[in-house]
Design a protein around this ligand. Structure first.
Ligand code: PLP
Length: 391
């Protein structure tokens, strides 16, 4: 009797194994685009530390100082006694940076999407989401109880057709500014026009755009001056900003609403002082060094061009995320293993993270990678694909 739970687990894990879909944790010596481990240099193309800030001295110093001043934990949720001056400062700075009237920070990007979406819609409401949006938004819609409609990836006509059907309740459109697994860009102007036409709210996830696009890395909403039309922006502190946490940028009224209704904000301890201080330090760096994102995108472009010339499929990628579609789950694992042998870490992304038949290597370029690193990586990837018969 006592081993029955173990039996179904064993069978379920074996089923994952059989489809080359079992995931396992691996421990790495460091975070970031380049890892030094026991005298060996590893090229890490699986890190979202785009601006190479996760180990930056200035962020470390700010985090250490915050720990000395405030301690290691906030000790309570934001609505009880967890709000520290650092939280207020971060939110004021994020709002200024993104060009919105207000901002609200959350424990992580996942929690931001969970909290904000669940506060904006509920049972009887309608959500229209790009087919490729991140799992955190899908989970959030399910949590909210709203009805989920999916539109074809980046196809505004498909969105308009769905909005055109009569439906009750509030309407919310969800998309990503830069898509996390394809690296392509949403047509924000066109989506805004449709949102206006159908009087729908629009939320844009800028997890992979924040810190990279637009003035001082303010993101694609700010670059296109769409703050007045995009109901709320979402960002994470965990990728280009090198730390941990998430945030929403919105109107002051919406911030008030989120404080009252976003369960992932209310029922959890406030973000710890070190993370908040590190994020403020990252914003200082973006203010002082406005060209970091441009530099990053240029490096990614060169890398992508090399792969495309060799005949590899990098989809419509136009960001620091460069996918290389292999198709088969086993083959992508074999290619990744060959790269590992060359001290190169590349994510082998398989379903359900991406659609069946589109298993891929997902390379994220960071400022820790030199041009020489990226040329070497592009050559190794081509060679590994050839050896595995997928090029
Ligand atoms: C598009 C997108 N949104 C949200 C998240 C969640 O952010 P976080 O890692 O800060 O929880 C991620 C990354 O994991 C993401 O890629």
């Amino acid at each position: 009797m006592h081993d029955r739970p173990d039996m179904w687990l064993q069978e379920a894990l074996q089923a994952l194994d059989e489809r080359a879909l079992r995931r396992q944790l691996v421990t790495y010596a460091q975070a970031g685009g380049v890892i030094e481990d026991s005298g060996q240099r590893w090229l890490n193309l699986g890190s979202n530390d785009y601006l190479n800030l996760a180990r930056d001295e200035r962020l470390r110093a700010a985090a250490t100082e915050a720990i000395q001043a405030f301690g290691t934990g906030a000790g309570a949720s934001r609505l009880v006694t967890g709000t520290l001056p650092l939280h207020e400062t971060l939110e004021t700075r994020l709002a200024e940076h993104k060009g919105y009237p207000a901002a609200l920070s959350f424990g992580s990007g996942y929690m931001t999407n969970a909290g904000a979406i669940q506060a904006l819609v509920g049972r009887g409401d309608q959500v229209f989401a790009d087919r490729l949006i991140h799992a955190s938004m899908i989970d959030a819609v399910q949590l909210s109880g709203a009805r989920l409609h999916r539109f074809a990836h980046n196809e505004v006509q498909s969105l308009a057709e769905q909005l055109d059907r009569p439906a009750s309740g509030r309407r919310l459109i969800l998309t990503e500014s830069v898509f996390s697994m394809d690296g392509d860009l949403a047509p924000l102007d066109e989506i805004v026009a449709v949102a206006k036409q159908y009087k729908a709210m629009l939320m844009v996830d800028e997890a992979h755009a924040s810190g990279i696009y637009g003035p001082h890395g303010a993101g694609r909403i700010a670059a296109a001056k769409l703050q007045g039309d995009v109901t709320c922006g979402m960002g994470t502190l965990s990728k280009a900003l090198g730390g941990y946490g998430g945030f929403v940028t919105c109107s002051s009224r919406m911030r008030d609403w989120l404080i009252n209704k976003a369960r992932a904000f209310i029922y959890t301890t406030a973000p710890p002082p070190a993370s908040v201080a590190a994020a403020i330090a990252a914003l200082d760096i973006l203010a002082a060094e406005p060209d970091l994102g441009t530099k990053l995108l240029a490096r990614a472009r060169t890398f992508r061009d090399q792969l495309q010339v060799a005949g590899l499929n990098t989809l419509q990628s136009d960001s620091a995320i460069v996918p290389i579609v292999i198709g088969d789950n086993d083959a992508v694992l074999r290619v990744a293993r060959r790269l590992h042998d060359q001290h190169m870490l590349v994510g082998a992304i398989r379903p359900p993270t991406v659609p069946t038949g589109t298993a891929r290597l997902r390379c994220s370029i960071t400022l820790a990678h030199t041009d020489a690193d990226l040329t070497f990586a592009a050559e190794c990837i081509q060679e590994a694909c050839r050896q595995e018969g997928v090029l």
